[in-house]
Write a protein that binds this ligand. Structure first.
Ligand code: FNR
Length: 178
């Protein structure tokens, strides 16, 4: 039966390569995976435990509902300053207390024009996701160096090896959803 996947880009940038990549992955995915794109990253208030009440801020409720309703999550994120983009880390901080990520299969992709592929952000995301008991694995994690050489501006993946890696990740994500 189909699985619902929530796709989250860690970039707020209009022509983000990570958002392009996320959309390309949605196009490559097995038909059993039904995607919803999370668009609320920029609307979340900064995490503040004082605001984390029973009926907290609406954007936070929406984030939690969307993660809760998904069988799995796909994250495609840039790296800033050798770390996770603040907006994405902020979203994860809102989930620590509420637990929607517990046992949630989560694929973690970082793409960068640099030769390291956002490896620090990738490792840091895995650390945070492990702390909140998401289901992560090496089969569902990938750093992509030189993204600008592998993804055209119209969102086509021009590198066959990358295309194959992304397909494997999507298969692993589907397997993990069972
Ligand atoms: C970057 N970039 C970057 N890349 C990287 O691999 N490691 C890093 O630490 C950083 N740091 C960083 C800081 C700032 C302020 C900017 C503007 C950029 C480059 C980054 O990977 C590049 O801009 C990507 O294109 C951003 O991803 P999106 O928005 O295209 O998805």
């Amino acid at each position: 039966h189909p699985f619902r996947i929530l796709a989250i880009s860690g970039s707020l940038r209009q022509s983000s390569s990570n958002t392009l990549l996320m959309n390309a992955m949605i196009g490559l995915a097995p038909s059993q995976l039904i995607f919803t794109t999370y668009t609320g990253l920029g609307d979340l208030p900064h995490f503040n435990p004082d605001l984390d009440t029973d009926h907290g801020p609406l954007p936070v409720q929406s984030l939690r509902t969307q993660i809760d309703g998904a069988d799995g999550v796909l994250i495609c994120s840039p790296e800033y300053g050798n770390g996770v983009p603040g907006a994405l880390k902020n979203a994860l901080d809102w989930i620590v207390s509420s637990g929607e990520f517990v046992n949630k299969p989560t694929a973690v992709i970082t793409a960068s024009p640099s030769p390291l592929g956002g490896n620090y952000a990738n490792e840091s995301l895995l650390l945070t996701l492990q702390m909140i008991n998401a289901q992560v694995s090496q089969q569902m994690a990938l750093t992509i160096p030189h993204i600008t050489l592998k993804l055209s501006k119209d969102g086509t993946i021009t590198d066959p090896a990358l295309k194959q890696s992304l397909k494997s990740i999507l298969q692993a994500l589907q397997q993990a959803c069972y």
